[in-house]
Design a protein around this ligand. Structure first.
Ligand code: FAQ
Length: 341
């Protein structure tokens, strides 16, 4: 039994079932465009339908989506670095092949998301420019180092696990291209989470040294994973509007709680301890009580002062510079094709 195979609560659907439901929901919806675009937008949102690129939309909705989708896309490609770091040092050929496939998937997720952002009228090169200029963000989590092989397991289990909890509801987001991109991404993230869980399970049931390495990785990744969900609801600037527009479906704190509830059970199966002495089952709430992450640390990392921010951005900048000849060659080829066809 791995990762999300464990149901969250008895009698409730698993995360993959939620993705399947979102897929059916998308297939079943078809709205007629109305003569009044504002009324049409409001009606589609109220009816839980999809806004498509051809539809009129409030400028703040468009800009807010670009902000979130771009940040998400940047996270996927910057997120290739911490695990990419271990491709050449994976402990076996099988592990190396799996990790390669996983890191490659993240590049694919970046591609789907940049493509979704482009439907809102912004160019991918411009989004890249904004990232490199420090004007757009990427997830705080990728500014932490992967110190041992067990970190690859912890990233898969906890970081991808948190990503799934955050992203499954985005399959039901009101903007069609983003929602559709998320369906495929969530299916792939589910594989990623299981591979991380399996790495940790192997280490946790191995030698005492391997188990200690797995525990150390979980100790270091637990709180940064909780912080991925963003600031507490009381300090979240975008949540109210995003939820009214059905971009976000749950608040940061609700998703964080869902992640804790799911992960406590999984840690039990692994035989590893989550590094929170405050974890306890609250019968009245029907949820686990837990210690909040350090939000000052989250904002320090978001502002650029995390352990690896500079390294991550320097690597990204170098990749952009080194790729100049590829972009130039592709443009020259496209021009040549235009002349000859
Ligand atoms: N890091 O008002 P809110 C992955 C910013 S998963 C950095 O609550 P919102 C998979 C926020 O942007 C990771 N910044 O914001 C993978 C805002 O600043 P702004 C990516 C953060 O948007 C695994 C300010 O704080 N997932 O990549 C963070 O309503 C392994 C106030 O916050 C997504 O992007 C943070 N953790 O809620 C890949 C999911 N939290 O923009 C490779 C989609 C908050 O005004 C390997 N995004 N901020 O300057 C979302 O669901 C939302 O955007 C949240 C934030 C929940 C991240």
């Amino acid at each position: 039994m791995y990762g999300n195979d464990i149901p969250e609560q008895p009698g409730t659907a698993g995360l993959l079932d939620e993705v399947a439901a979102a897929e059916r929901d998308l297939a079943g919806r078809d709205h007629d465009a109305s003569a009044d675009p504002t009324a049409y937008f409001d009606a589609v949102i109220a009816a839980d339908g999809k806004i498509e690129p051809r539809d009129e939309m409030p400028e703040a909705y468009r800009k807010g989506l670009i902000r979130q989708i771009a940040q998400h896309a940047h996270s996927e490609i910057i997120g290739m670095q911490p695990e990419g770091n271990w491709i050449s040092r994976a402990p076996s050929l099988k592990r190396k092949a799996i990790l390669l496939a996983k890191v490659q998937d993240e590049a694919g997720h970046g591609l789907y998301l940049y493509a979704a952002a482009e439907t809102l009228g912004i160019d991918r090169a411009e989004l890249y420019r904004l990232l490199l200029a420090g004007k757009q963000k990427y997830s705080s989590i990728f500014n932490y180092p992967t110190l041992t092989w067990a970190d690859v397991g912890a990233v898969g289990w906890l970081v991808d696990g948190a990503a799934i909890v955050n992203q499954v509801p985005l399959c039901r987001c009101s903007y069609g291209p983003y929602a559709r991109a998320m369906i495929r991404i969530c299916k792939e993230e589910s594989f990623h989470q299981r591979q991380g869980y399996e790495i940790l399970y192997t280490l946790a049931t191995g030698t005492p040294e391997q188990k200690a390495m797995a525990q150390d990785a979980v100790d270091r990744w637990w709180y940064p994973s909780l912080a991925m969900f963003g600031p507490p609801d009381t300090d979240s600037t975008h949540s109210a509007q995003s939820m009214a527009w059905k971009i976000k479906r749950f608040s940061n704190d609700d998703l964080r709680q869902k992640f804790v509830d799911m992960t406590v059970q999984q840690a039990g199966v692994l035989g590893l301890v989550l590094p929170d002495p405050g974890l306890s089952w609250n019968e009245e709430r029907g949820h686990w009580d837990y210690t909040q992450p350090d939000y000052d640390e989250l904002f320090t990392v978001i502002k650029g002062d995390g352990p690896c921010n500079r390294e991550r951005m320097a690597h990204r900048q170098a990749a952009w510079d080194d790729g100049a000849w590829v972009r130039e060659a592709a443009m020259a080829y496209a021009e040549k094709k235009k002349v000859t066809t």
